[in-house]
Design a binder for this molecule. Structure first.
Ligand code: UDP
Length: 487
């Protein structure tokens, strides 16, 4: 076991989708090593974390870094993406780059405070390219931690850096990602909307083209993924950055650290207990997405006409206040909720469901998901195949990997503006869940991936080894830094 004093500094971007995987990583490091962890973030985010960290996580120190959102044209007390409308997310990202000098002083201060002992390493966010150059200036080992998978992030990275490499013409347009070793063809409808509309001149593209190249100053990239099914993306980064990558996943937030109420959990569990094995479709689009009113209508019709059991996490559709009460009469087909409740075909859960418990239940057979990477890992860890409806970011490429390479998913829709035809969707649901060849094949492959994941997490499994290699590399850098210091 390592020396207790050695300190791992971690600092995610201020969004729940980033803070949660970093928290999972911190808890994982705390459980598997003797290092102390300094979890850095802005005051409001730290406050929130303070109340959600379980008692007994004494090796995780929460550290606030001052941040005044009003200084950056953001509403007062705005420190997390969940508190800003989408059009201000980029401003929050840009504002976070202003944390550079304060962060640098913080790390320098740690060196003093610990009597010349620098942190063992800094683990930074994919959006914080600047952190790699701070670490380089201070001679501290630095890794980017990607909560996204290898292939998804590789496509994402490549398109941000390379587009526009030619004019994008229409929706049928396809192109090859230019710097992929294995040719990878992308469709325009898989691009982030802002980018395809502005041909790469939008402010998101400008931001990424400025910050992503700074990763080359880092010592490597940690991925929340498993080598056994995500090698292409990992190889892409090894070649592109000429740095090591460490696939250490899946690192999932433990059930006890999740936002959930025991009432909902018990209710879902009882409902699932009453269903036959492998008979339920789980439908959920992550922590923040919702769909349009017309998509919601069609999805409801598809679920009902598929005749399959389902649990559906519903939120007010796009265009309505996300916090308003759900209006079944208005947003769903007439009499839908009463019918599915009476026949016990379906269960509607409002806003938030205990996803990990549902996916681990033996009655769950498939997951209709936006294919955010955590959802993908949680599904595959339990051998559950997916129906993919990617909506944003690298989700389009996650679905590409799952359908074309791994074979555990069918894409049922794409994007937040697509037209849904309920009959088509119902057919895809049926074929995934029934005993037809396609369904059986997907379930067989999903079980195989579950075994790959379990193997990766054994003592000599690939993810455990990758984590050990990462810390070895950090310790080597620390020791060589100390030698320089002494001489
Ligand atoms: N989640 C949950 N219940 C819900 C919705 C989401 O527990 O009703 C959790 C889910 O288990 C996962 C995370 O929220 O851990 C969503 O992460 P993902 O990367 O899939 O998507 P994102 O929310 O970042 O788009």
């Amino acid at each position: 076991m390592a020396d207790r004093r050695e300190n791992v500094v971690i600092f995610p971007f201020m969004a729940q989708g980033h803070i949660i995987p970093f928290l999972a990583l911190a808890l994982h490091i705390e459980k598997t090593t003797n290092y102390t962890i300094t979890f850095v973030n802005t005051p409001l985010n730290i406050n929130k974390l303070r109340s959600s960290l379980p008692p007994g996580t004494s090796s995780i120190r929460l550290l606030e870094i001052p941040f005044n959102s009003s200084d950056h044209g953001l509403p007062p007390n705005t420190e997390n993406c969940d508190a800003v409308p989408y059009n201000l997310v980029l401003r929050l990202l840009e504002a976070s780059a202003s944390l550079r000098p304060v962060f640098k002083r913080l790390i320098e201060g740690m060196v003093d405070e610990q009597g010349g002992e620098q942190p063992l390493c800094i683990i930074g966010d994919i959006f914080f390219g600047w952190m790699a150059s701070v670490a380089e200036e201070l001679g501290v080992f630095h890794a980017v931690f990607s909560g996204a998978g290898g292939f998804g992030l590789a496509c994402y990275y490549s398109i941000w850096l390379n587009l526009p490499h030619r004019e994008i013409k229409d929706d049928d347009d396809r192109f090859l990602l230019p710097d992929f070793h294995e040719a990878s063809e992308i469709e325009v409808s898989q691009l982030p909307l802002a980018m395809s509309e502005a041909n790469g001149r939008d402010s998101w593209s400008v931001f990424h083209r400025k910050h992503l190249p700074e990763w080359t100053k880092s010592n490597g990239v940690l991925f929340n993924t498993v080598e056994g099914f995500d090698r292409t993306g990992l190889t892409y980064f090894e070649r592109k950055l000429n740095k090591p990558v460490w696939p250490i996943g899946p690192i999932l937030l433990p059930i006890e650290n999740r936002k959930r109420t025991s009432k909902e959990t018990e209710f879902c569990k009882e409902w699932l207990d009453s269903k036959p094995e492998s008979s339920v479709l789980f439908v959920s689009f992550g922590s923040m997405n919702t769909i349009s009113p017309s998509q919601m209508m069609e999805l409801a019709k598809a679920l009902e006409s598929s005749n399959k059991n389902f649990i559906w996490v519903v939120r007010p559709p796009i265009g309505f206040d996300i916090n308003s009460d759900f209006k079944s009469d208005e947003w769903l087909p007439r009499g839908f909720e009463e019918r599915i409740t009476k026949s016990k075909q379906g269960l509607l859960v409002h806003k938030w469901a205990p996803q990990l418990e549902i996916l681990s239940h033996k009655s769950t057979s498939a997951f209709l998901s936006h294919c955010g990477w955590n959802s993908v890992l949680e599904s595959l860890s339990h051998g559950v195949p997916l129906l993919g409806w990617p909506m944003a970011a690298e989700q389009f490429f996650n679905v590409k990997l799952l359908t074309e390479t791994i074979g555990v998913c069918i894409e049922v829709a794409r994007g937040k503006q697509c037209d849904i035809k309920y009959k088509e969707m119902a057919t895809k649901i049926e074929s995934t869940m029934s005993d037809c060849e396609k369904g059986k094949e997907m379930r067989r492959k999903a079980c195989k991936v579950r075994d790959i994941i379990n193997d990766a997490m054994t003592d000599d499994g690939s993810s455990v080894k990758a984590m050990a290699e990462f810390f070895d590399a950090a310790r080597k850098t620390m020791r060589s830094g100390r030698k320089r210091h002494v001489s």
